[in-house]
Design a protein around this ligand. Structure first.
Ligand SMILES: [Zn+2]
Length: 281
């Protein structure tokens, strides 16, 4: 038998999982519309197949499942439906559950306490809400950069605002550490951008560096940026070894930076502390 407490914990994660899937589904619709400047059609237009324009029925909008049931193809015209759709939905779901775990304390043995009190006390609601906003914007930037090799300021500017609220309200670090994080995060990419006149990386990477530095502060910004490069290398090396990387192929560094940032937002003790403890410092 499950106790009330266990039901609540399950309900908490189920809500986050479903919420993440739905917001992930929204992201798959929003990102291409931002790119093509047709965001207005989000409100008026029904979702359509990108290839033949047929209006999708309700069950074809169910996250992940609809893609699997249709085997990644449009039922009407047979065009391939990009794997970005289910991957975005799963990534958003995973990110929501991750920060849910970070900002709640379920799992402590506790059966006989008042359920209402426990529900309030087990979850740090303020940090959770801001962190959910944060990972949502991070995944949106990740998908945007991955699909189009650029990032939209309509995402990064609100992201900077949310990161500033985070730093001001819930970060255990002092404002000086956040200021230094911004300088290092933004400066690292700005220098490369200027030195290469925009050939190595884009202006969007500077924006993302600013957001990362503001959110995680100094010195964690070093680990967050390094983590992004590491993930990028783990992605590129197998492709390179298999000879599937063509010369001049652009790697969406920003996508990997955002994955690293999501990891930092969801890490319980802070990934930076984990690096230090594993190298014995
Ligand atoms: Zn179609």
């Amino acid at each position: 038998m499950m106790t009330d407490y266990q039901w609540l914990a399950c309900g908490f994660y189920a809500l986050l999982g479903v919420g993440g899937l739905l917001v992930g589904s929204l992201t798959t619709a929003l990102v291409p519309r931002m790119m093509h400047d047709t965001v207005g059609t989000m409100l008026t237009g029904r979702s359509r197949c990108e290839a033949c324009g047929v209006t999708l029925r309700w069950w074809q909008l169910v996250p992940v499942l609809s893609w699997v049931l249709q085997r990644g193809k449009c039922n009407h015209c047979g065009a391939v439906v990009s794997a970005w759709y289910p991957l975005t939905e799963l990534l958003m779901m995973g990110s929501w559950v991750l920060v849910g775990k970070r900002w709640s304390n379920w799992g402590v043995e506790m059966d006989d306490v008042l359920v209402g009190d426990v529900y309030v006390e087990m979850v740090s609601w303020g940090p959770l809400v801001l962190a959910l906003l944060g990972v949502t914007l991070a995944v949106m930037c990740c998908v945007y950069d991955g699909r189009y090799q650029t990032v939209d300021r309509r995402l990064t500017l609100p992201f900077l605002l949310v990161a500033g609220l985070w730093a001001g309200a819930y970060s255990p670090l002092g404002w000086g550490q956040h200021a230094l994080g911004v300088l290092v995060g933004g400066g690292f990419f700005a220098v490369q951008y200027l030195a290469s006149r925009g050939r190595w990386l884009g202006q969007g990477d500077i924006d993302l560096g600013l957001v990362m530095g503001l959110w995680v502060g100094w010195p964690a910004v070093l680990g967050a940026v390094w983590g992004g490069y590491l993930l990028g290398m783990l992605w590129v090396l197998p492709l390179w070894a298999m000879g599937r990387l063509q010369g001049g192929a652009k790697i969406a560094l920003g996508s990997f930076l955002m994955l690293s940032l999501v990891g930092h937002m969801g890490a319980k003790m802070g990934l930076w502390g984990w690096y230090l403890s594993t190298v014995g410092l």
